[in-house]
Ligand binder design. Structure first.
Ligand SMILES: Cc1ncc(C[n+]2csc(CCOP(=O)(O)OP(=O)(O)O)c2C)c(N)n1
Length: 656
């Protein structure tokens, strides 16, 4: 059935491949028993597909990254991940890789150079791009390999990741496990053209069809392409034809698959066929097979008994650790200042951070020779070169995923959204991958996302939204929103020092309209600290960004009655500063440019009511923009904005 003779490999290699194939099969057979006993929660079967995982993992060097999906147990076993750690992971034990925080194959381990999936299909592909970019920038001559199913390849991320890899010449191997079904959907309902090599060609990517049930075909083809791309970095796609002979996951069954189809693929089983071949060649015999099987069996039993002896994981405060510790020290500003615009302060912060972190990479649309649509990155290309100042194709998601990939190699990145509005196209990567990675398996996402935001320049509903509240809800993210040039530079430098994902909001209208005194040298400001910018006796306005300027303007009309807090950071929120000021004056007005409903003001107002109730002389007032999309025409936009309602609300509160 398989022409194994085509590949003249050494007997030791052939025998090792056989043993490597047996491992995942035998583990899985045992897990199916444990599943029935309720000892593990879910199982996604890779039976019949082991040749792909094992062949690929055997072809790569141990220090080359592999990004796995839910049917790739063979990668873990081939990389000699201890069984007890895998079993611990599946049973939510401490010996696993996620401290019981995430299930099954949703973990990575840098010790074994494996990055596991998140549930959201497609997202891994861009992370692989980032790792491959890091390897390329490091001149390491290493390849990266990432798996996707044929179903997952319908995700937009597949398109984005392949395109980026092609344009940037990244040494990444995209392996499509083309196994006939995505859950219950047959491939012909998933895609019109089932040949993924043809799709690859559309991106300018070399591609090969691989018999995914023939271990030698997988191993030899992968070895060849990995060798090729180490020397000459470029992406290659392997379309591995195979079949999922069991259900999507054990509980769901596979009644929708014709029995004759399953039977025909069972006949093509990658292990029994290879075993028969090796026997026919006199390379192995029953004695050898039994010995290997009994060794694997006892390793499985041993691993399971170790995990059985483990106590259940306990709930404690460590569960709250969503951020990696930030060990960077604050750098104090020295007095020598210059008066510069908001936009210049951001450019200066970026520039000096590029000098401070020699591996920091900037990525974004048109940010390189064009300098970005707002010209924030103008001049950086000439100084720091095209490796570090990178124009990206028009694909937010893939670049955000790539940012996580770079972090895995310990490389910092700054990603510019052309307009904050376009972050919607990368939302999944931010809230599911970047935000949760450290909490899930200890891998931080060292990424700063710059967000040119805000209305006031007639940008209309898609170029001037305030969307900080979308992220405020997500544990694992930091949100910084400066209102003036000095804070912008100090906070940007701090954000770039911080090893965690930071969304950095910059109000576009302030870019060129606001000047301020900014220390010339490099300095940082602490993230998570707000500022009482003005003292007052009767009311405190708690705000940020453009709100600070609106508040400052109106406060002039009320002598010393109005205090103002500039939050500067929204996540983590400087709660103590808020409470102190509210307790002092007894009245609070929370102001933001964002729409009122679901805006950050709701949370702040609730916190004040809970923590300062006895001190309040009036209910907390919220002022936000109207709950409609942002209108384009100047006069409509003006009325839409929170500022138009500020005076009335402030008077109400003062007179309460
Ligand atoms: C973005 C997203 N949508 C839906 C799902 C639910 N889901 C989990 S696996 C799966 C099918 C995956 O098919 P394929 O990529 O071909 O991999 P296979 O399971 O066949 O190995 C679906 C729809 C998901 N995990 N992610």
């Amino acid at each position: 059935m398989f022409n194994y003779d085509k590949y003249p490999l050494k007997p030791e290699v052939l025998k090792q491949l056989y043993v490597s194939l047996l491992e995942p099969r035998m583990i899985e057979e045992k897990m199916l028993v444990l599943l029935r006993q309720g000892k593990i929660s879910k199982w996604f079967s890779g039976i019949g597909q082991e040749a792909i995982s094992v062949g690929c993992a055997s072809a790569l060097l141990a220090d080359e990254y592999i990004l796995t999906m839910h049917r790739n147990l063979g990668v873990f076993t081939t990389r000699s991940v201890p069984y007890e750690r895998l079993f611990g992971q599946w049973q939510g034990k401490k010996s696993g890789f996620t401290d019981g925080r995430d299930r099954s194959f949703h973990f990575g381990t840098k010790e074994f150079n494996i990055v596991g999936m998140i549930s959201h299909l497609g997202s891994q592909l861009s992370v692989a791009d980032g790792i491959a970019l890091g390897e390329k920038l490091n001149n390491s001559n290493k390849a990266t390999l990432v798996f996707t199913g044929d179903g997952g390849a319908s995700q937009g991320e597949f398109h984005e990741a392949l395109n980026v890899a092609a344009v940037w010449g990244l040494p990444v191997i995209f392996v499509v496990e083309n196994n006939g079904y995505g859950l219950s959907t047959p491939t012909n309902e998933q895609v019109k053209n089932e040949d993924f090599t043809e799709k690859a060609k559309g991106y300018g990517i070399e591609a090969y069809t691989v018999d995914g049930n023939n271990i030698l075909d997988v191993f030899v083809k992968t070895s060849q392409v990995v060798e090729a791309i180490r020397k000459n970095p470029r992406p290659i796609l392997l379309d591995c034809k195979t079949f999922r002979v069991r259900g999507h996951e054990e509980a769901s069954g596979n009644k929708y698959v014709p029995k004759t189809t399953i039977d025909s693929w069972v006949d093509k089983d990658p292990i029994s066929n290879f075993e028969a071949y090796l026997k026919s060649q006199g390379l192995i015999d029953d004695l050898f097979i039994n010995k290997v099987k009994s060794e694997i069996k006892s390793s499985i039993e041993n691993g399971l008994s170790l995990v059985d002896q483990e106590t259940e994981i306990v709930f404690d405060d460590s569960i709250k650790k969503v951020f990696k510790e930030n060990k960077s020290l604050e750098v104090t500003a020295i007095n020598k200042t210059e008066t510069i615009r908001f936009i210049d302060s951001i450019r200066e912060g970026l520039w000096q951070s590029m000098e401070k972190h020699p591996d920091l990479v900037l990525m974004g649309q048109d940010i390189s020779d064009y300098g970005g649509v707002f010209k924030v990155t103008e001049g950086l290309l000439d100084e720091f070169g095209s490796g570090r100042v990178r124009n990206t194709p028009l694909c937010e998601s893939a670049i955000l995923g790539a940012g996580l990939g770079l972090s895995i190699l310990g490389i910092k990145s700054m990603i510019e959204m052309q307009f904050a509005d376009f972050v919607t196209c990368g939302f999944n990567q931010i809230v599911n991958n970047l935000a949760k990675s450290f909490w899930r398996w200890g891998q931080n996402a060292d990424v700063v996302i710059r967000m040119p935001t805000g209305a006031g320049s007639g940008g209309g509903p898609f170029h001037s939204q305030s969307n900080e509240a979308w992220f405020f809800h997500v544990p694992g993210l930091k949100i910084v929103y400066p209102s003036n040039p000095a804070d912008a530079k100090g906070l940007l430098c701090a954000a770039l020092n911080d090893p965690n994902p930071v969304l950095f909001f910059e109000h576009k209208v302030l870019y060129r309209s606001l000047k301020g005194d900014v220390p010339k040298d490099y300095y940082t400001q602490e993230i998570g600290k707000g500022n009482l910018v003005k003292e007052g006796t009767d009311v405190v306005i708690i705000t940020y960004g453009m709100g600070v300027h609106w508040a400052t303007e109106i406060a002039r009309e009320y002598d010393d009655k109005v205090a103002i807090i500039d939050l500067k950071t929204l996540l983590p929120l400087d709660e103590n500063l808020i409470y102190k000021a509210v307790k002092k004056v007894g009245k609070a007005l929370v102001l933001h440019e964002d729409n009122l409903t679901g805006g950050i003001g709701g949370e702040i107002s609730s916190l004040i009511h809970t923590n300062c109730f006895e001190y309040l002389d009036a209910p907390v007032k919220r002022v936000g923009s109207m709950d409609i999309p942002i209108p384009f025409a100047k006069q409509l936009e003006k009325e839409f904005l929170a500022n138009s309602k500020l005076k009335e609300a402030l008077e109400d509160l003062l007179n309460y």
